[in-house]
Ligand binder design. Sequence first.
Ligand code: PEP
Ligand code: CO
Length: 472
Amino acid sequence: MASSIAIAPASSAEWTPSSWRTKPTKQVVTYDDPTAVTSALTKLARLPPIVTPTEIVRLKSSLKDAALGKAFLLQGGDCAELFSYCSDEPIDSKIKLLLQMSLVLIWGSNKPVIRIGRMAGQFAKPRSSPTEKVDGKEIPSFRGDILNGFDVNERKPDPERLVSAYFHSATTLNYVRGQLASGIADLHNPLDWGLGHVRDKELQTRYQKIVHSISDSLRFMRTIGADTAGQLQTVDLYTSHEGLVLEYEQSLTRKLKHPGSHSPSTNCTDGKGWYNTSAHFLWIGDRTRQIDGGHVEYFRGIENPIGIKVGPSMKNDELVELLDIVNPTKEIGKVTLITRYGEEKVGAMLGPHIEAVKRSGHVVVWQCDPMHGNTRSTPSGIKTRHFSSIFSELSSALRIHRDHNSFLGGMHLELTGEAVTECVGGSVELGEEDLSLNYTSYCDPRLNEKQALELAFLVAGHYRNDRNDRRI
Ligand code: PEP
Ligand code: CO
């Protein structure tokens, strides 16, 4: 962690959207042309909000339910969203997948599901190394479309991309809003569950039963007229991204009026607060969560619900200190802890973290990210994740929460609605030799639509069994 002896503790000084600039900040970007950066940021600061306080506060209030065990949070999308994904097909397939997964989870958990896409702004990637070797040449790493391009000739950070990120976010969200309002999530339309790929007959029967049960429930609701209040026509889908590029986030942070019934997270006397209007939900990555760092400083001042990635290097005291800084009023629903230890470490790490947070009096949403601690390289150097490791970390998290009288409030996945071949295993039975068939991720390997849906079936099944066990 960067040393910051001469710098005041994050929580003691006055916060402004730019106070993060006084702190040591990781993953900073150096541009060749500072004037072009200033002009891009000036333009961003004038553009209208992409999301509104009313939506942000509505999400925070739903997350309060997740923190209290009354709802489940499903968050998913690409690792690195590209500007080129701003196109109808990839967006449609992601919306449909998140919808189907959420239906399965509602069926399994008996709770409403809150949907957040890692989309409409997930353009920035933290990198372990600033450079990489391509064809024997050392070049800057790809840091996401908001900063530079994947093409080796576009690796120099370009300030114009900051503005482009805004327009791609806004266009994606505009299309999502339009599609939802036009009935893409209308459950009167038959859903294609496509279970033909499940070769194991027993498994296929099990999944088929779930699908029948969901279809029966929907039919029943239609028959008795319980679907006339509009609930089956549309759903909420919120947006999120890692708040990594603080210049960008600062430019979209606006002092706006609180919606009617909202009791603000931060001190304010004029009925207004600072909202990050680039997305409904933002999270701090595992590489930028230093107590005295710029990212934590920025995040402590905004009204949005926020996430914090919690990896295996997080100490119990550090976790509580972080919560005290970003959520001094202990507002429930404000913070989601996104745990990502890896299947081997979750057993030793999660229990002590749960207990430390309990003792602190903070009530958080506990969300499991079973992806980022389970990335492996194949002998030929391809980054992948095993479906079994992903499900293993998830089921350990479910069990450990239960053992500690806590509960898992959600899951955070890297997924896509396309038929990619990036993670191995699952009932599609993808092997390492299949990875090159359709590996299109520019960063981490994602679950394809069949693997993602299968994970939802498995988690739903776990909840059902759990309820049956408790009944006995
Ligand atoms: C990510 O979510 O893509 C990511 C980089 O995660 P983490 O910060 O947990 O490594
Ligand atoms: Co990732």
